[in-house]
Design a protein around this ligand. Sequence first.
Ligand SMILES: CC(C)(COP(=O)(O)OP(=O)(O)OC[C@H]1O[C@@H](n2cnc3c(N)ncnc32)[C@H](O)[C@@H]1OP(=O)(O)O)[C@@H](O)C(=O)NCCC(=O)NCCS
Length: 129
Amino acid sequence: MGRDQPRTRHLVAGLTVHTSNGVSEIGGAVHRDYRAQGYGHETLTMVSRLVHRHFGIERLVAGCDVANTASRRWLTKAGFVRAAGSPTHTFANGRVIQAMWWEHVDPDRELRCRRPRPRPQRRRLFGRN
Ligand SMILES: CC(C)(COP(=O)(O)OP(=O)(O)OC[C@H]1O[C@@H](n2cnc3c(N)ncnc32)[C@H](O)[C@@H]1OP(=O)(O)O)[C@@H](O)C(=O)NCCC(=O)NCCS
């Protein structure tokens, strides 16, 4: 999900939510020219609410580098609290960081969307149809 700047329409923030084995993890970034102006907080707050109150997901987790003060404050300000998790994280490129884990739980979660259903396959006749 992205957030644009109303005047320039530049994309200033992008967040992703990825669910695997029943765990939904959020992460993202604000464009460096637009940091520390509140866009990160606004976007994280809005997406967390959407995840809980529209997609019906009760618990969101997030991981960050222990040394990433901006990320820690960003998560704290949006109501994330510390959670148990692996003390290190290895990225796909092999880089290892000291990790901190966070969670945001909403017991009043609500499923308001009809989950997208796969579209039926159209049969191809004579090469095109
Ligand atoms: C972390 C990030 C998303 C924050 O977005 P942002 O738009 O700059 O944050 P906001 O302006 O909404 O500020 C949110 C809080 O973080 C604090 N903050 C933002 N940048 C900070 C910095 N460089 N150092 C310390 N605190 C910082 C703000 O002061 C605010 O807290 P406060 O109101 O309690 O003081 C942004 O810095 C970023 O994209 N970083 C690189 C990618 C990254 O680390 N992503 C997170 C991975 S989990």
